[in-house]
Design a protein around this ligand. Sequence first.
Ligand code: NDP
Length: 590
Amino acid sequence: MTDPDPSSIEAAKARYAAERAKRLRDEGLAQYETLSEHDLDRDPWADPGFTRPAIIEDTDVVILGGGFAGMLTAVNLQRQGIDDFRIIDKAADFGGTWYWNRYPGCMCDVDATIYLPLLEETGYMPTEKYASAPEIFGYCQLLGRHFGLYDHALFQTEVESLTWDDDAHRWELVSTRGDRLRTRFFVSAGGLMHKAKLPGIEGIDRFAGTAFHTTRWDYEYTGGSPTEPMDRLSDKVVGIIGTGATSVQVVPQLARTAKEVYVFQRTPSAVGVRNQQPIDEEWFRSLPPGWQAERTRNFTEVVTGGKPDRDLVADSWGQALREDTQREPASEEEKAELEAIDFEVMEGFRRRVDEIVEEPATAEKLKPWYGKHCKRLCFHDEYLQAFNLPNVHLVDTDGQGVREMSSEGPVVDGVTYPLDLLVFASGFEITTSLVSRLGFDPVGRGGVRLSERWHDGTHSLHGILTADFPNFFVVSFIQAGFGLNFVHFLSESTAHIAWLIGHCRSEGIASIEATPEAEDEWLQILWKASGPLARYNTSCTPSYGNSEGARTMLAARSAVFPGSLMDYAEHLECWRADGSLEGTRVVREA
Ligand code: NDP
């Protein structure tokens, strides 16, 4: 690589700032709307007529969420010898994200051998390096069978209320199916991306055609299935709003069969090489015991700048992220070096657009102008190529987004785009309040509501425990570690939660919660260490990663443990090993 010209870097930085300024909206997170407000929240995969008798019982643990977070919590509880638990999910099966997301082309862009958890325990071999959504959903069902989790599941069930009884040291849970569960421990594993959002478009309901969010794909309308082409679109004009990781996977599939496809873009994704390939069975079967944990750790080290000797997964993520350009530079020279590396990686994405997209004006609009850590990178070998097809049209909104809707379709720059079908690939609530995402407001000690206690954002120890909410555990990357491979994070945090529950039981602890002082200290640790990250973020285009650029306390409290997920995991490990349960308030059993 030749060193980039410093003036090109300065020009790019100016362009990043200008593009960011175009996109900032005063409403921040409030610009989005919910599916239920627009009657788009129907579950296409469940039997709407499903009924079952209400359950009244005492249990040790209630886990909210049957995705990987909930399933891994359950498996880790089993490892602690705890088998008296319930898993509640509004979906009709396990899978979480992979239950809801059945849109065409859906797959996981993290290597399947480290994304699918517990492969050594189940003996399952993924078919391809990047597993398709149907394969992952099938694997979730396999996990459910393998670990006997179906016996614990209450599907198509939502929590209506959750109230702490301080005398009995129990949570009282009432569900939408009339269940009344008394439980010692409650784990919110309700998913990070389970609450889909709609773009904030004035008069969005005016649209008279068919519309749905990507998590509620209507194959009745489009024809086909997650594995078959959509055969009812050949006479349909389809629009898709959003150009994030989901849209990058959907657009090539729509392009294949729809008469016309209009892609409404606010911010282009950076789209690199995917390089899908089958898994070599001989290689897979030759891996030594312990391989998955090693490979998982190695990937996280590679993509968080740890620079291990070997890159076991060796894919485009590692190439783009091996240098952590968000870190605090030790000198002016290092600062310049990091800027040059970041610039060159993004130039690579921009060059790829030029190499693939034939029409220069379209290519120009598809180029990402922001730093490499600002938005989730995408990797796909058909997305950019789709814009060369005569039936695919990019409608670039110059950072403004679609803001107006008519009965015929979106209106951009005074031009109406008449559509038969409008797909919302507009993402999920991620850094809104936990209560908004849970859909109920837990009542802790003394009748305090979580919405009151967390009125200005998250208060937690390690992102997991919170004061006044005893035996209440949250699985979320907010105030916790993240790591690109989300399942790696889940494995670490759910093991910690299961350990805490097991420890309480074995040590005669009736309840555990964070102290407010420890919550404040934890936040200070996060803020202190996240200075460089916060500085990097100020130049980033708005996204869910920076709470849409909002400068509110809610956004500031949505900090993530900076640096590698390995550091967060090590922090938890040391905390457990210390044995004093530092920063918690415990009540011993009488
Ligand atoms: P995103 O939040 O990433 O994308 C939403 C898109 O909608 C953005 O392009 C956004 O633009 C756009 N948008 C919002 N409002 C408007 C508007 N008014 N007009 C036009 N466009 C608008 O959601 P995704 O579902 O794509 O992805 C969410 C996350 O899910 C990913 O980041 C990833 O973590 C995960 N995912 C993972 C996959 C995997 O392979 N592992 C695959 C798919 C998703 P803007 O960028 O300007 O905000």
